[in-house]
Design a protein around this ligand. Structure first.
Ligand code: AMP
Length: 309
């Protein structure tokens, strides 16, 4: 089952109440792919970087089983750069800088060997590029999942809605769901987004877990309460990578399996936030993931006693 991921491979500079980084490796596709790779996937990456992107970072992606045939390295240009600052509760952040650099002229090429794509993850990226990737596949994948963010809602809402109409699953955070629909209630926002085309919607609520919707059903997964949260950057992408990675592994696109995939995504995201940038994800092992999924099950499982009210 082939999983193709398009998104940003980036430099990030991050400030949280627990510290500050210089330019480190980040990007939506980096986090999605690292996460999916922990579930045994060999993600086929479509992305662009400048020639300032270090060989050590490329080696790290290779070590984590990325297929880099679709990674373009543009000579004389700079890699996409994003900088963000988190507040004390770390559920909200300010974007300080977004420098598109190589992304401004990105015209993604689909390598022939990626045409077997069954699962397509459109990581956070310009909506026109997301559309182009869908159109460059000769056969529609079994499942297309897309992520996006407020940045694209602010500057490319019309194109974003066109992409949303082409996909099966949309993932956004609570703030973005409200911005996209003008609805405060997440239940109402979800129903509005589902009328835009996708069959499923996931609303990520940071440390408050994630909601999965289709037209008739709703499912909630908590986030694992952790003692050591230092940097939430990439948690949403890591969630998405775990979600689609699990579906690609199991090949089952039913709502019931999506529930399991949401738990896998949540478990993976809980590792991402425990260190700055991609650090924790780089060394994470499959057995650590399995243990944490068990913790999730234990966190929410309870027996109901038959009691007369
Ligand atoms: P998340 O915390 O899951 O929303 O993802 C953070 C990652 O998204 C960072 O590593 C950034 O490099 C990347 N990112 C930030 N802004 C954008 C954007 N406008 N388009 C694509 N990727 C972005």
């Amino acid at each position: 089952m082939s999983l193709v991921i398009v998104g940003t491979v980036a430099f990030d500079a991050i400030e949280t109440p627990f510290g500050k980084t210089d330019k480190i490796v980040g990007g939506s596709a980096t986090y999605v792919g690292l996460s999916a790779s922990k579930l045994g996937q060999k993600p086929k990456l479509i992305a662009v970087v400048g020639d300032d992107f270090p060989q050590s970072a490329i080696d790290m992606l290779k070590k984590n089983n990325f297929n880099l045939e679709g990674l373009e390295i543009k000579k004389g240009e700079k890699t996409f750069f994003w900088s963000g600052k988190y507040h004390f509760d770390m559920n909200s952040r300010d974007t300080l800088v977004t420098e598109l650099n190589v992304l401004a002229g990105f015209d993604p090429e689909m390598p022939e060997s990626y045409q077997d794509c069954e699962y397509l993850m459109l990581g956070n990226l310009a909506p026109v590029i997301q559309q182009k990737v869908i159109k460059s596949l000769k056969r529609r994948p079994k499942l297309i999942v897309m992520d996006t963010m407020n940045f694209w809602m602010d500057i490319a809402m019309d194109e974003l809605k066109k992409t949303i109409a082409l996909v099966d699953v949309v993932t956004v955070n609570d703030e973005e769901a409200r911005q996209l629909t003008g609805e405060y209630s997440l239940v109402n926002a979800a129903q509005k987004i589902l009328t835009m085309g996708p069959k499923f919607l996931i609303i990520k609520k940071g440390e408050h877990g994630a909601l999965l919707f289709d037209k008739d059903k709703m499912f909630f997964a908590p986030a694992l309460p952790l003692a050591d949260v230092v940097d939430p950057t990439g948690a949403g992408d890591t969630f998405a990578g775990g979600f689609i990675g699990y579906i690609a592994k199991t090949g089952d696109i039913s709502f019931d399996n999506f529930k399991r995939a949401v738990i896998q995504g949540s478990a993976l995201a809980s590792f991402c936030v425990q260190d700055f940038g991609t650090k924790r994800m780089e060394t994470l092992t499959s057995s650590e993931v399995r243990d944490r999924v068990d913790q999730f099950v234990g966190l929410t499982r309870f027996e109901l006693e038959a009691v007369e009210y």
